[in-house]
Design a binder for this molecule. Sequence first.
Ligand code: ADP
Length: 334
Amino acid sequence: ARWQYRVLHRASGDFDIYMVGSRMPFVWAIVGLSAGALLMLPAAIYVSRRGARQAVGAALQPLEAVARQTRTIGPADLDRRLATPTGQVEITELADTVNRMLDRVDRAHRALESFTGDASHELRTPLSHLRGQAQWALATGRTPEELREALGAIQREVERTNKMVDDLLLIARGGNRQIALERRPFELEPVVQEVEEIAQAMAADRGLAVQSVIENGAVALGDPDRTRHILLNLVSNAVRYTSEGSVTLAVRRRDGNVGVEIRDTGPGIAAEHLERIFDRFYRVDQSRSRALGGAGLGLTIARLLAELQDGHITVTSKVKQGSSFTVWLPDANA
Ligand code: ADP
């Protein structure tokens, strides 16, 4: 029964000193404590489990609130946002992220809505013209000559409307990055020459000089067909809006970009309109643009096609002196 006693032995000169102490009181105390602890264990487990559950529940509450609020946001209430702060940093961050995504979805949704609204509004004009022309032609007593004339007018209006629908489709697809674009080095010179020839044909019956200043060896990185499309839009504006003087195409270089400038001696564009002319359907003079066959989409498409090629368009203009539009693309030699 060694464990019951502790024996201390000291040899001190001629004496041997033994001290004997009983361990029993400690033993009983330890047994008592252990028994107590054992008895309290289930209670402790219960309490700590409950505590843990409550703590996790409290931590999850903000997350559940975020989930609940997210579920209630549908297409009709894209302007609603999740409540922040949520009471927990990480979950507030999550809610902020969801809110930012909602901002983007809301913006895209609004843009789509206004696009559809604008497009329907713009299509109404040619359709009502067509109806008027058809009604006029159907009235009794029209001579064959008059009927031919009416049909000619109807055909022109249909062609113009057709172009507008094509342009709208291009804008819709381009906005969603759903149009195929090449990205390869191509020489600007042949493209500029081709556009110049088309511009000369467009200006043939007008007292307008169309010329170009070509610089050999300018190579852009992008899509030659889309670039031609941009230049045609810019040149067709220059020729249509300029009644006398000249339209000049010139190759430019600046800061790792190559560009084609189209300069005209036309009416110019006042500063307050300058920043809006790239908006779809925006026309400085609605009736003038329509009379010239425009739908206000030419510059929207030009800018879209330039941006899809990592390029951009700059414009400077002075009223009564003329305008200069330059399309810039990455320089393949830079
Ligand atoms: P539109 O089909 O009306 O020409 P655009 O998008 O091509 O549409 O141009 C928008 C508007 O910008 C035009 O209606 C016109 O008022 C103005 N504009 C564009 N290019 C020129 C230019 N070279 N000279 C004067 N005004 C211009």
